[in-house]
Design a protein around this ligand. Sequence first.
Ligand SMILES: [Zn+2]
Length: 320
Amino acid sequence: MKFVYSSKYEMNFGTHVFPTDKYRMIREKLVANGWAKEEDFIEPPPPVLDDIRLVHTKEYISDMLNLRWTARTMRSELPLTWQIIEGYLFAASGTIAACNLALEENTCVHIGGGFHHALPDHGEGFCYINDIAVAIRKMQNENKIERAAVIDCDLHQGNGTARIFHNDKNVFTFSIHQEHLYPVKEESNLDIGLDDFAGDATYLHYMRSAVPKILAEHKPQLVIYVAGADPYKDDQLGTLQVTKEGLEERDKIVIDECRKHNIPFAVVFAGGYALNIQDTVDIHVNTCKVCLGITEPVATEIQTENQEEKANREGSKPSG
Ligand SMILES: [Zn+2]
């Protein structure tokens, strides 16, 4: 199985809740665990503006390319630099690459993407370019698929994706999210807005009832699975209170169901704002693990060396 990844995803947002270093850390952990080799990581090809134009308006694209701080760009809640815009352009190219690989090999994980809040004419909520919508439109345009489904399990509703495909009977949008949170909701084909503190049992109950039905009834030829890490119990932006084990079970529900129906799927990672970035990394790595069909437990730390250094540094403190 291939992973799509670019070092350009590690963008400098200054002091910001979105940790873009998670992408590199996920890659490093996959290699450290022996689950991926260097040659398994595919670089996205250079972005093509005509692909971005399949979803976004020319005025908004012009604002982004010229780094103009306007009503269209400022709702991103992000700084606006060329490094950042380039990162989002490559992320869209990366999700296209992941969909192509999924159609060829059944499964592909994009260590990036999932920017589901971006709308055709403006950015929102840490998202400049809706890579999910761009990739689906690209696959349709090249006649590789007609029907797709977006299984969006990020903490937040996939409002941008829902709006973009609102009148498109060929693209089924599903979002399971914390209801009383950003953003202003759009109408997906199926929305499950959970109460605060929903927890594993409620979350998984709705996943088990929704996902098989969507795939059986809509019969998509491609699924994009938005595997957000932010429903996690120690996330700074929400209180859905799902555990790591619960999120891994969620991954299994989506992935097993796709495989049962022989539907190719591409995974994108979306949000993840755990107090400890290592938890966010673990959750995303667990998703990779499920895709790879690995059943062994994940090591909780990438390196013990750092802990040893830390212990040495703190050695002068009283220990007991
Ligand atoms: Zn989110």
